[in-house]
Design a protein around this ligand. Structure first.
Ligand SMILES: [Zn+2]
Length: 550
């Protein structure tokens, strides 16, 4: 790790109000610094675009559902073999692997870094599977990574809500995050997965009882939003709403936002939750009322979950969604109940331009981006690999920056469900490079509470991406000339050359030890793992700072 001067590039660092100014970025000891010694190595970035490393707020890269999806798609392994990169440090060992929609661990790290992304969060890990996720992240090089812990259908938590024990619920959240080595609280179809496991087959409403009358999607959302806030977690509660992928679901999405009114909350892959229903029961876009609500409410943030045409792998803790997708496509389907914690479903999928629903989904995602008035709160994601691979991010950036290209594609898609769509009516907006830097770096870092990431100010982590300008924007963003991660030059002249281990991003909030006795009883009665053996130990990195201590 040597001192480095990235000289003369056109810098986009929106967190520090730098919008396309020519300047140097200096790096030493893994941090951005004011200046470096005269003999520091110089990377000539004249004419090139310099941004902080990319931060992916919502992806699926490590853990039991991802592992199952890899096993579930052996065809992808032969279709997209990934050869080992030629690493240059003595003794460094590049690993071969497989690609496709769900790449193997090493290949995942290499490919993210190869796009200029240096931080990634897996958005859905069951506490009982946390050990596996850490093991997989240990084998996912370069990127700093963490995960969100699934709690929206957890039986012990639901029991506390049923008993009116919101403080105990909060202590349980604290214990679970520390035991799992997780970073934030994730809700997936709150209450809905538990209802599915009990045999319910219809859509849920926000006040549908889940066993007890006092346990509903609404009370689960309220409890976990309050707990995340009270514990001072750097990232607020991360919510995948009820009724994903169902026509008319925009109503429950809007009601869920109103349910957390005045509190910080992040609504994920909003595109999948933004459909209205026509008078005749058909689908249409529901993007506008949702994005207008977000535009007007500063505490609410979202990532889009854009659908990209091509192969995808839908994998989610939302078991009932996958059942519906399997029934409507006839594609192979896998369903797993993960003890009393959550569910899991997987169905391979293809988004085709000529398919009416896929075309609507593609349009709805773009509408959310293009109607947003605050890029800091409407962030880029494809919910990899659900809406498409993270490898499609450069293409998505081109869609946002190039109206001519976007309109060309719009003319090719199936228009059957696009009546009343804002995009079909014409949206001329084109994202600027500064706005792209916000939705892929500065914004996600801010929403995640990662104060040393997503910017290039003095003291920031030295995660930097340098792109050679190219009229073809998707090629430009797919092939950075240089990528620096934690001060190490990992991509040089467009080739991956080094693959250091990334940091594990996690939190360790304190809990009231009184929670341990009922929890031990619960583990003894119901869990396949003993209470004492449940916590993940020896994470090699220190926990991240909380927003406040209790
Ligand atoms: Zn997801």
């Amino acid at each position: 790790m040597t001192a480095l001067r990235i000289a003369g590039g056109i810098v986009y660092d929106p967190a520090n109000a730098i919008d396309g100014q020519v300047r140097d970025v200096c790096i030493q000891h893994g941090r951005v610094v004011d200046s470096v010694p005269a003999d520091a190595r110089v990377l000539d970035a004249h004419g090139m675009v310099v941004m902080p490393g990319g931060v992916d707020i919502h992806s699926h890269v490590a853990g039991s559902s991802v592992t199952l999806a890899r096993r579930f798609s052996p065809d992808e392994h032969s279709d997209d073999p990934a050869s080992a990169p030629e690493l240059i440090d003595p003794g460094a060992c590049g690993r071969s692997g497989t690609g496709g929609t769900v790449p193997s661990t090493f290949t995942t790290g290499y490919r993210y870094a190869g796009l200029g992304y240096t931080t990634v969060f897996d958005a859905a890990v069951a506490p009982i599977a946390a050990r596996l996720s850490h093991a997989e992240l240990d084998d996912t090089p370069i990127v700093d990574a963490g995960f969100f812990v699934l709690l929206g259908n957890d039986e012990f938590l639901l029991q506390q809500i049923a008993a009116g024990e919101s403080e105990r619920a909060r202590e349980y959240v604290a214990w679970t995050l520390a035991a799992a080595g997780g970073y934030a609280v994730k809700l997936v179809n709150p209450g809905g997965v538990e209802l599915w496991k009990r045999g319910a087959r219809g859509p849920a409403a926000l006040d549908t009882p889940v066993g007890s009358a006092s346990v509903t999607p609404r009370t689960i959302i309220e409890t976990l939003t309050a707990a995340s806030e009270s514990l001072g977690l750097p990232h607020p509660v991360h919510i995948h709403c009820n009724n994903l992928g169902v026509a008319g679901n925009a109503a429950i999405t809007l009601d869920s936002m109103k349910a957390v009114d005045g509190r910080r909350a992040h609504f994920t892959h909003l595109q999948f939750h933004a459909y209205e229903v026509t008078g005749t029961g058909g689908w249409c876009s529901g993007a506008r009322p949702l994005i207008e609500y977000i535009n007007a409410h500063e505490d609410v943030t979202c990532d889009v979950g854009q659908v990209m045409f091509g192969p995808a792998m839908t994998l989610t803790a939302d078991g009932p969604v996958e059942y519906l997708l399997h029934k409507s496509t006839g594609r192979k389907w896998l369903n797993v109940d993960i003890e009393l914690e959550t569910g899991c479903g997987i169905v391979p999928y293809d988004y085709r331009e000529r398919a009416a629903v896929a075309a609507l989904q593609w349009v709805v995602g773009l509408e959310l981006f293009l109607l947003s008035t605050d890029p800091w709160r409407v962030l880029l994601s494809t919910d990899h690999p659900n809406g498409g691979s993270f490898m499609a991010y450069p293409e998505l950036i081109r869609l946002l920056m190039d109206r001519t290209y976007r309109d060309e594609l719009l003319r090719r898609v199936n228009p059957a469900l696009l009546a009343g769509s804002a995009l079909a009516d014409g949206l001329s907006r084109e994202y600027t490079l500064n706005e792209i830097a916000i939705i892929t770096r500065a914004g996600p870092a801010r929403v995640l509470g990662l104060t040393a990431k997503g910017h290039l100010g003095v003291g920031a982590d030295a995660d930097v991406t340098v792109y050679a300008r190219d009229a073809d924007l998707s090629r430009m963003f797919a092939t950075p000339r240089y990528v620096v991660k934690g001060g190490v030059l990992v991509v040089e002249e467009g080739q991956l050359r080094r693959a250091p281990a990334g940091l594990r991003l996690h939190v360790r909030p304190a809990h009231d030890v009184a929670i341990e006795r009922p929890l031990r009883d619960y583990f003894d009665r119901y869990a396949t793992v003993s209470f004492g053996n449940s916590p993940v130990r020896s994470l090699r990195d220190e926990p991240q700072r909380l927003r406040h201590q209790r």
